[in-house]
Design a protein around this ligand. Structure first.
Ligand code: SF4
Length: 205
């Protein structure tokens, strides 16, 4: 059952398709008006950003909710913070939520939130602190949903729907420290190769 926070129009930051499945269903069942905003310049490399954005489009279409997108991958910003630990994640959440709050305040939304709040792997306390600070400054609300109980159900929904389910958080640092690094890198190479071939690119020996 969706938690009711009394807002009228919510701009929901969408980190990826699988994490969005459960929260959107809950919000729509609760009767809320929801718009999605895919803004994730942390995602590395660009081919991975495109892969996650494709998922975002499928989920938006599935639920028939509007989807906004801005910008692409800026991994150098995250590379520059590779030894910063939690400060890098703070920067990451702040970068993304600041853009979402700005979009909301300029376009008549009275509240924002993020699908990051479904994941038990994200740093919830930092997200809540950053979200509350930015939205208060902009005169709107940050809704501190706790969807973590629905994380597994959301992942199962994503599997059933045939969504790509990523194996690392998103930034270059999280990719390089992932135990799936080699597997994911091979997938990226394959995707780039298929894209080149679909454009008729010919490779020399
Ligand atoms: S680990 Fe995740 S939250 Fe932290 S900086 Fe990387 S992408 Fe952002």
């Amino acid at each position: 059952m969706s938690q009711n926070f009394g807002y009228k129009k919510l701009l929901l930051h969408m980190c990826c398709g699988p994490c969005a499945m459960f929260p959107i269903r809950e919000l729509l069942e609760g009767g809320g008006e929801v718009t999605l905003f895919f803004y994730n310049p942390n995602i590395h490399p660009l081919v991975e950003w495109e892969r996650r954005f494709d998922n975002a489009k499928r989920v938006a279409e599935h639920y028939r909710v509007p989807l906004i997108v801005d910008d692409r991958s800026h991994s150098y910003e995250w590379r520059a913070r590779e030894n910063d630990g939690d400060d890098r994640c703070h920067f990451c959440y702040e970068t993304r939520l600041a853009r979402v709050v700005r979009e909301a305040a300029a376009n008549g939304f009275d509240a924002v939130s993020s699908t990051l709040l479904v994941s038990p792997y994200q740093k919830r306390e930092i997200i809540l602190e950053v979200g509350a600070k930015l939205s208060t400054e902009a005169g709107i609300s940050f809704i501190p949903y706790d969807w973590r109980d629905g994380f597994r159900e959301g992942q199962a929904m994503a599997r059933e729907f045939g969504l790509y389910r990523q194996k690392y958080c998103g930034c270059v640092v999280s990719l390089e420290s992932s135990s799936f690094f080699e597997k994911v890198t091979r997938e990226h190479e394959q995707l780039v190769l298929s894209e080149c071939l679909s454009f008729g690119v010919r490779f020399t020996d």
